[in-house]
Design a protein around this ligand. Structure first.
Ligand SMILES: CC(=O)SCCNC(=O)CCNC(=O)[C@H](O)C(C)(C)COP(=O)(O)OP(=O)(O)OC[C@H]1O[C@@H](n2cnc3c(N)ncnc32)[C@H](O)[C@@H]1OP(=O)(O)O
Length: 210
């Protein structure tokens, strides 16, 4: 990709948006990074990058040389926004921080974020719209389902299957071969030692339904 010609529009200029912009800048692939945010026009800048439009008007700033990224922490909102963006799927880019260690045998979807200090080992899949946050690790043969979020310091052992739109809070650990059902939340600091069903919140060590 020619850096001279490409612009990145980040949707969401909140705290998560700052981390995303910093990551994108470090990647050095875009000549210009701007935001679309629902507080526009009141909010004009974020970290020194311009806020150029409201997300409802994002079409006005998208050209053939524009890529986009949705920097919204809430899994369901991120999915909804990503799926309604007026941009070809392949230009909903994934961001991998240069200080993440990602095996070349990892399959990464569109709109994925992998932040500094993350380690992702071989034969793992990180599906569309997922977040592997700062210093999280995902070991061999795992699946992180679409629009899930592994918060900072989450550790997945080998062959863990995290369903779609799950949220694992800061510092969660998961032992090998565990499956976590779709849309389940695991509270900060929990240790998951057995399968968790879909649509629950689990906390504690060992993790149990709240
Ligand atoms: C860069 C970033 O910041 S990324 C974002 C990272 N964010 C996180 O990691 C947040 C993780 N969130 C949590 O752990 C939350 O506490 C949740 C989602 C598990 C629960 O949230 P809520 O439903 O609002 O629960 P609430 O705060 O009302 O607590 C309910 C009970 O569960 C307990 N509880 C809540 N979270 C936890 C937890 N992680 N571990 C153990 N107990 C917990 C509370 O002490 C409370 O107990 P009580 O009823 O005996 O008083």
């Amino acid at each position: 990709m020619n850096k001279q010609n490409r612009r990145l529009v980040i949707v969401g200029a909140g705290g998560h948006g700052k981390v995303v912009a910093d990551c994108a800048e470090r990647m050095g692939r875009w000549s210009e990074i701007v935001f679309a945010d629902s507080n526009f026009p009141t909010k004009q800048h974020c970290l020194g990058f311009s806020v150029v439009c409201h997300p409802d008007n994002i079409e006005s700033v998208i050209t053939e040389s524009t890529d986009a990224f949705v920097a919204v922490g809430d899994n369901h909102a991120r999915k909804r926004i990503a799926q309604s963006l007026p941009i070809p799927h392949e230009r909903l880019v994934s961001l991998v921080h240069p200080n993440a260690v990602v095996s070349r045998y990892v399959k990464i979807g569109q709109g994925v974020l992998i932040l500094a200090g993350a380690v992702i080992n071989a034969d793992t899949a990180i599906e569309d719209g997922s977040i592997v946050n700062t210093c999280a690790s995902v070991d061999h043969d795992c699946v992180v389902g679409a629009y899930s979020h592994l918060a900072p310091g989450v550790h997945l052992a080998g062959a863990v299957d995290v369903g779609q739109e799950c949220f694992l809070g800061v510092g969660v650990s998961v032992i090998p071969k565990v499956t976590i059902g779709t849309n389940t939340i695991v509270g900060a600091g929990a240790t998951v030692i057995q399968n968790l069903p879909a649509n629950i919140t689990a906390i504690g060590t060992p993790a149990k339904q709240k």
